[in-house]
Design a protein around this ligand. Structure first.
Ligand SMILES: [Ca+2]
Ligand SMILES: [Ca+2]
Ligand SMILES: [Ca+2]
Ligand SMILES: [Ca+2]
Length: 411
């Protein structure tokens, strides 16, 4: 637009809590349903807006420039602002470790890839020793691990099934419409050793953009029940029901409910992320299993009306049932093995964020701002904040359907 002749308005999504599928239109540069926030960076005549996902990666960005020139983005300018940059100096939200001079994340143990000479394996990248990767990225021995099945699992659901017992169902749902929350109970009382890492694997049977977030539950005193949740015969079963937890019957489970089975939504442990039907998903829940021997309950809730479904412990295929794999800090009880366990590092390297508290949701993060500007530029005169009237507008457009962006477009 001509210099000094208008105001650019930028509308950014976020807020709310439920993810919904998003579409595209003729002027959409990027559309994505995901948890994110928008970061605005102002540097002189440059305004950079970025969609930052929960994992710190950048989903989309757009740049507005006042004045004649668009400064060249470089690796080293301290902002993730061009294709190929995962980080840049201190701007490294997507990195578990530091940012390297080439603007990529430095490899660390815990990033899920075997990418350092010291790593034999890393999380799910365990081809060198399937199922036996230690938290310190070395290969362990079978005696260091135990695999636990849940001793109970179920889900509770608002609405017409609020009084239903789903304890014997072959699956469990997490969903936001109606709200469905899954509960899994594990008995770690027979494991008298430090839990160095705990990884839960679930088998998904219904894809979702939000597989759910995992939360601790303070009490394991709930009953699984014996109804399958497939008919109204499930009403009134002995198992945990929505109506048991939503004690004030307002249709929402939160801190206003007095049930001991209200999940601790303030201390989310981990997100499952996008989950795909017929695939397994594994999450690191180490921090939830650090209290020593005993019973543990975790709950899974998502924020998408696009619900996810997982195989329960009653699932037909044993290999698809939930599994909690524990790496122990000492030999198993009764085990006579001594040598192989001495090298176990108890300094768990699983750091990570319990990112699930970052809220917001939705929708197309940014549309092409060349359209946006042209449609809003002409008449408005006042607008407080915009002393930054751009004379040149740069917008980032998708290069070719990928997530890499490049070219600036003059408005
Ligand atoms: Ca840069
Ligand atoms: Ca690694
Ligand atoms: Ca069950
Ligand atoms: Ca309630």
């Amino acid at each position: 637009m001509p210099a000094g002749q208008g105001t650019v308005y930028v509308t950014t999504g976020g807020g709310g809590r439920e993810l919904t599928a998003v579409g595209t239109s003729s002027f959409t540069a990027h559309a994505e349903a995901g948890f994110h926030f928008t970061r605005a960076s102002v540097d002189g005549d440059l305004l950079l807006l970025q969609m930052i996902r929960v994992d710190g990666s950048i989903g989309d960005w757009t740049t507005l420039v006042k004045g004649p020139g668009v400064p060249n983005a470089t690796c080293g300018d301290g902002l993730v602002n061009q294709a190929g940059e995962t980080c840049d100096g201190a701007d490294r939200a997507a990195c578990m470790g530091s940012c390297q001079s080439d603007c990529t994340c430095a490899p660390v143990c815990g990033d899920g890839a075997v990418n350092q000479a010291s790593e034999a394996c890393d999380g799910n990248a365990d081809a060198a020793c399937p199922g036996l990767c230690r938290a310190d990225c070395t290969c362990g021995t079978p005696s260091e691990f135990v695999i636990l099945a849940p001793i109970a699992d179920t889900y509770i659901e608002a609405g017409t099934e609020a009084g239903w017992d789903h304890g014997a169902a072959t699956f469990f749902d997490v969903d936001a419409k109606p709200t469905g929350i899954a509960y899994l109970k594990f008995d770690v009382s027979g494991v008298p050793a430090e839990v160095v890492s705990a990884r839960l694997t679930l088998h998904c049977t219904n894809s979702s953009i939000d597989g759910g977030s995992v939360y601790p539950v303070g009490s394991s005193g709930w009953i699984e029940g014996d109804r399958t949740g497939t008919s109204s015969a499930s009403a009134g079963g002995p198992g945990l029901k929505w109506t048991d937890v939503d004690t004030n019957a307002d249709g929402v489970i939160d801190g206003l409910d007095t049930s001991p089975f209200v999940p601790d939504f303030v201390h989310g442990i981990r997100m499952l992320g996008v989950v795909t039907s017929r695939k397994s998903v594994t999450v690191d829940l180490t921090e939830a299993f650090r209290s020593g021997p005993g019973l543990y309950t975790i709950a899974i809730r998502n924020d998408a009306s696009d619900g996810a479904t997982y195989v329960s412990r009653e699932g037909t295929a044993a290999s698809q049932r939930p599994q909690l794999r524990l790496q122990l800090g000492g030999p198993l009880a009764g085990s006579t093995t001594t040598s192989s366990t001495t090298t176990i590092s108890s300094s768990s390297s699983s750091t990570t964020t319990s990112s699930s508290t970052s809220s917001s949701s939705t929708s197309s993060s940014s549309t092409s701002s060349s359209r946006t500007t042209s449609s809003t530029s002409s008449t408005s005169t006042t607008s407080s904040t915009s002393s930054t009237v751009p004379t040149t507008t740069t917008t980032t457009l998708p290069a070719s359907g990928s997530s890499t962006y490049q070219a600036g477009v003059r408005a």
